[in-house]
Design a protein around this ligand. Sequence first.
Ligand code: FAD
Ligand code: SIN
Length: 542
Amino acid sequence: MPMKHSTYSVIIIGSGIAGLYAAIKLSETVNLPDGILLLTKSQLSECNSRYAQGGIVGVLPENKPDSISLHIADTIKAGCGLCDFNVVKFISENSQYAIKDLMKYGVEFDRNDKNELNFTLEGAHSVRRILHVGGDATGYGIEKALVNKVKNDPVISSNITIYEQTLAADLLVDSKNKCRGVISYNSATKEYETVYAPVTILATGGTGQIYKYTTNPSVTTGDGLALGIRANAKIKDMEFIQFHPTALSLENDDSRFLISESVRGEGAKLINDKGEYFMENHPQKDLAPRDVVARAIYSQLSRGNRVFLDATLIEISKFKSRFPNIYKNCMDNGIDVTKDYIPVSPAAHYCMGGIKTEINGKTSIDNLYAIGEVACTSLHGANRLASNSLLECVVSAYELVNTLSNANLQPSNLIDEKIMKTIKKYTDDDLESNDETDAEELKQKLKNIMWENVGIIRTESSLLRALSEVNKLNAVFNEKDKCNSIEEYEFRNMLYVAKSIISAAMARKESIGAHYRADSIKPLPLNDKKIEDSADGAKVIA
Ligand code: FAD
Ligand code: SIN
């Protein structure tokens, strides 16, 4: 079957904050003879970014108690020392410029009565330094402003072609390890297209949907990571999956709406059904790092206790104005936060690992860049400090654009045999798979396997069990390249991601940060040392 071909100066895959910000900046500052193609597999504004609640780190000179060195120290401590110091420093130093730039693009951060920026607190931050929009709608506020720029700014929009409902199915990487573009698949028309470009940027977000319980929307299936793995890009830190401690946990409902950490930052406390505020004994109490709080809740739940967030400690008018969406969501579910405790449990939230990159998104494959959650710049180490992710998206995208400002963005027509072979997988009808699979059912099976065996607590035997079960699913799926639907592509990609997490988790035998091995043979390192006396395998308590 013949396939449509096209050429652009830059392909951006993903329309979260990383992808949109990169598109805007490129469009403003770089000469793009063939323009930008922005591919996104759902609607333009659907992504993790849109649901971000707590905020974005702003290390600003006017916020006196704060400083770059304090933010660096907090980030590295939360990351258990596995962060790259230079990356942390660079991102921290550039936070003020990122915030200013977002404001220039129309983002309206919340302010107090004196019209000063309002800073909030989250776990493991030593000072209030987190900026928010619309109380608890930070991601929505930023995404809306960036979508507006991309669509309605006459100069910017004229450089950008947007394909919605279009999934990047494969990268075109030649035998010299150079990325030449992508194969795209339009899920509405079922048409494929070969898109060539001298630069391809993965901004496809994280992997939350790999787990049964997650705060992430359905698009977050780790596609970019899987494309990177298929193309032999270097991958890093996949054992570090962050489980957010407080997702709303309702009976007979597997969805997990986030109850922002900033609710604890404003005074709420975790409590069990015996009336015990069980984080009180930890030096940082309810604002200990996320991995510590998630394990403490897991420990409560595994002892048969129920866990709640007591938000009645926050004055009600303050709660309503600071957390309007959380308030409404709780009310809609029959929880009146003025008198009821909010039932919570941990859920997969963020992937610290990803495609190994430099700060500007440069990967191990020439002409291929990865920015945002799909990338691993080593900012986060073993556990991400809250609200550092949105900041990383913006700073990495900015640096990438700087890198490309002097690049030659002329397309090359050199297509070698390796690329032809990849294209053939999608054009050759003989290779088309007619096997009908119920991708949604397979996804659910995979999500259960990962939750049960590769979740908050892992052991050698749980990981081996997961590997064997995932291999069985792989066999059922028949290792397809070309798939019949977007759901099949997502499942294909989730298999790659699952195997990558399992093998990284098997390789790291010690517990550190978000990777907790109940069968750890090495002493608990760094910040976990503070809790090692009370840590007893699967029943670790903070
Ligand atoms: P995303 O915003 O996830 O965007 C990825 C895009 O890629 C989407 O448009 C998706 O459709 C598209 N895509 C994926 N695969 C393909 C494909 N194969 N082809 C085409 N398109 C594809 N972080 C903070 O710093 N502060 C917070 O307050 C905060 N709160 C959060 C709250 C929630 C509920 C969640 C889920 C996350 C939160 N995070 C927060 C994390 C943060 O939101 C994400 O890490 C960040 O938004 C990732 O941005 P991104 O641009 O890399 O990816
Ligand atoms: C939250 O609001 O709790 C999420 C913040 C984050 O993931 O950084």
